[in-house]
Write a protein that binds this ligand. Sequence first.
Ligand code: AMP
Ligand code: MG
Length: 504
Amino acid sequence: MSSLPWKAHFLHGTPGDDQVGGSSRNVPGACWSRVNPDHMPKPVLRMWSDEVAVMLGLEVAEEDVLSGNRLVTGMDPYSQRYGGHQFGRWAGQLGDGRAITLGEVEADNLILEIQLKGAGRTPYSRFADGRAVLRSSIREFLCSEAMHHLGVPSTRALSLVTTGEEVIRDVMYDGRPAPEPGAIVCRVANSFIRFGSFEIHAATGDLTTLRALVDYTIEKHFPNHSSSCDDELVEWLIEVADRTSLAIAHWMRVGFVHGVMNTDNMSIHGLTIDYGPYGWLEGFDPTWTPNTTDASTKRYRYGQQAEVGAWNIARLLEAVAHLMEEPMKLNLVLDSYYASYQEHSHKMWSEKLGLGRFEDSDNELISGLSSTLQLIETDMTIFFRLLSTMDKPDAEHLRPAIYNGDGDIPAEWDAWLARWWNRVNGAPERAVMMRANPKYVLRNWMAQMAIDSAENGDFSVAEELHQMLKTPYEEHPTHEEKWFIKRPEWARNRVGCSMLSCSS
Ligand code: AMP
Ligand code: MG
């Protein structure tokens, strides 16, 4: 990494903390604090993404650098300060409690920020240890790469190193803390600026810093926009809203549930960011969330993600409103969010169902499908993939998607299929469907199998999934029996598969 032309745009372009590192504290007036990563006892490289390396212009993996043990000339490491609304409530200053950015590089005129997650305590660690465990690091590495290859905007992962350190976690918050192997993922994105990065300055009435961050973000990351007047700010926010709605429409397409859509986990670029207690729908259940921390209200359930996106955009608008003469103009942004979500969602559904051009009456076809799929437990991924290969409207063809394999298929299925078949004139756009309905996603139990092996020192399952999920729309006949299957019974109620907490 010493060969990279390191930049420090964010540090030079926004106000920061005078102190380097230091204890957990409030850091008013700052967008960042310089921090040095902690020393890790025995870093070992376990996973590596060749493509991200190529994107960065990197040829070799240096585990001492990827663990934060060695800084190379040009790096100027820092943690970002931000706030956020968590589960609907303003939570005050949060910030990177364990993420440390090493610096930025430029590739094809884009800035790429390179960040270690789990590299040590920062002024934003609060009561936590600044570490990440192997299980959550595998989940972040595999899922962020899989999402990218599914065509879902996402942060990327370059590497995963184990640190040789044990980290204590109480996985289900039930008073049974246990040591786990520590790990660090090196992740890459245009930036890790979040909605909460702006909110913190508005909440503290620090409009100078807010202005500086908005100017910086637009200048460096949205070069087609400007921050010079209200109308320009509105145009920029419309773009942010559009990107956000696009990412969420993709989540709905592939059955992804983020799990913690707090505003500190909303990327200003519309990237899927901060892979924590996320999960994938197996049985098609719009009320499902994997996050046990959210079990009582299920705020972040699958079927509510688009609404939450709007709520989160509204919090961003409230922050930027402080910089505007006529903040009422921001209503346009919310309207635009809903309109663009609808557009992306229509496109997404017409692709999933091979409909061609979306027609108004298709709304009914889609809601009919949603209720049909909930009549009996049905695997979302298998259902849509098999639907893509159907040559006559025959519910039996879809039987592998049903959890109770020998059970009766409800008559509503036949009725819906007949309706769909009629809508597509017996000729669904099959090639389009095959590109919209992945055969392989990182099912919760698949990630868990990778973790179980990795915790015993064997990363081959993780690597197998990493490779397979680079082409999730391809058939991979040799993988079919093992990975194109419904959730096995052992995973139904297993912690880490159906239940996840924020403890990572
Ligand atoms: P998350 O829900 O993972 O996005 O985290 C919410 C906040 O808690 C962020 O500010 C994180 O940086 C912080 N955080 C989570 N885990 C840790 C940890 N082990 N050490 C320090 N800060 C953490
Ligand atoms: Mg976060």
